[in-house]
Design a protein around this ligand. Structure first.
Ligand code: C5P
Length: 214
C-alpha cells in the first residue's frame, strides 16, 4: 500500500468539519484545502462584477478566472459569501471549472486533507479516510451565529437558522455533486461534542481506517 494519506471531510455548514479538517492536517502534517473557500471566492467575484449568481454561465466565467491569491480575504468568511457560494455551487459548469484544481490537490504526493460537500464522493472517491461530520441544525446555527457576532456582524439567531436550513436544502437537493455522505464514510455527529472531543473522535476514525488498510 502507498503511504499517501488522503482524508476527505464532508458535511453541512457549521458542523465543525473545517476545524476538524484543519486540525487533522496539522496533526498528520498534510496540506489542507478548505474547498468551500473556492465557491465562496467565486460567489464574491460574481457579486463584485455585478453579475447574476443564478446564471450558470456568468458564474462559470468567474470560476474559470478564480484568483487563488484571494482565498485569504476575510470577507470570504461572512454570511453573504456563504449564501453566494451555495448559489454558484449549484451550477455544473462552476463545479467543472473547479474540479481539476481540487483533484490535483488531493492527489499530490504524500496525501492531503480536503473538506467540503463532495470530497468523498466526487473529488477524492479513492480517499483513504472519509468522515462525514454532522450536527443538529440548531446547534450549527448557534455556532455560526456566535462566530458572526464575534466578527462584528449584527444578525438574529433565527435568521442564521433559516440560512442554514435553506443552504442544507439547496446543497443536498442539487443534481450536481449533492451534499451526501459517501457510502464508505464514517459519520461523526458533533452535536454534543466540544471541538477537542470532536477532533479526538476524528483521529480515532483515521487510525481505525489506517489499521484496516494495513
Ligand atoms: O463549507 P462552506 O460553508 O464554506 O461552503 C460554502 C458553500 O460552498 C456550501 O454551502 C456549498 O454550496 C458549496 N460547496 C460545495 N462543494 C464543496 C464545498 C463547498 O458545493 N466541496
Amino acid at each position: 500500500m502507498s503511504t499517501d494519506l488522503i482524508i476527505a471531510v464532508d458535511g453541512p455548514a457549521a458542523s465543525g468539519k473545517g476545524t476538524i479538517a484543519a486540525r487533522l492536517a496539522a496533526h498528520y502534517d498534510l496540506p489542507y484545502l478548505d474547498t468551500g473557500l473556492l465557491y465562496r471566492a467565486v460567489g464574491l467575484a460574481v457579486l463584485a462584477a455585478g453579475c447574476d449568481l443564478d446564471d450558470p454561465e456568468q458564474a462559470a466565467v468567474a470560476a474559470r478566472s478564480l484568483d487563488l491569491a484571494a482565498l485569504d480575504d476575510p470577507a470570504l468568511i461572512g454570511r453573504a459569501a456563504g449564501d453566494a457560494a451555495s448559489r454558484v455551487a449549484f451550477h455544473p459548469p462552476v463545479r467543472e471549472a473547479l474540479l481539476a484544481l481540487q483533484k490535483d490537490f488531493a492527489a499530490q504526493p504524500g496525501g492531503a486533507v480536503l473538506d467540503g460537500r463532495d470530497i468523498g464522493t466526487v473529488i477524492a472517491p479513492e480517499a483513504d479516510v472519509k468522515i462525514y461530520v454532522t450536527a443538529d441544525p440548531d446547534v450549527r446555527a448557534e455556532r455560526r451565529w456566535k462566530q458572526l457576532v464575534n466578527r462584528g456582524e449584527t444578525v438574529a439567531f433565527e435568521t442564521i437558522l433559516e440560512d442554514i436550513r435553506e443552504r442544507d436544502a439547496r446543497d443536498a437537493g442539487r443534481d450536481a455533486a449533492p451534499m451526501v455522505a459517501a457510502q464508505d464514510a464514517v459519520l461523526l455527529d458533533t452535536s454534543d461534542l466540544a471541538i477537542d472531543a470532536a477532533f479526538e473522535a476524528a483521529c480515532r476514525i483515521v487510525e481505525e481506517a489506517r489499521a484496516r488498510k494495513g
